[in-house]
Write a new protein. Structure first.
Length: 84
């Protein structure tokens, strides 16, 4: 991973894929936890009408491609926690 800081605030609408390249969903919004102005996770919706969302922590992100709008994870889809 590079030394550059990942800016999760500008990733709304990006597609998230696990380490095998399988689609996890689309970023709905950044999630704030430890600091009020720095997001440390992403809320990812798995389908258009799905109520299920997944919580993708920032440390599971391997790369963000700004041109194609894809976020690559270093973990598999099954290891990501879901919430309502």
């Amino acid at each position: 991973m590079s030394a550059a800081v990942i800016d999760l605030r500008r990733t709304t609408g990006y597609i998230v894929a696990d380490r095998r390249g399988r689609i996890v969903g689309k970023v709905e919004c950044p999630m704030y936890g430890t600091a009020p102005d720095v997001p440390d996770a992403l809320s990812v919706r798995s389908g258009l009408f799905s109520r299920r969302r997944r919580l993708v922590p920032a440390d599971t992100i391997e790369q963000i491609d700004g041109q194609s709008g894809v976020i690559g994870l270093r973990v598999e889809r099954e290891s990501i926690r879901s919430f309502l």
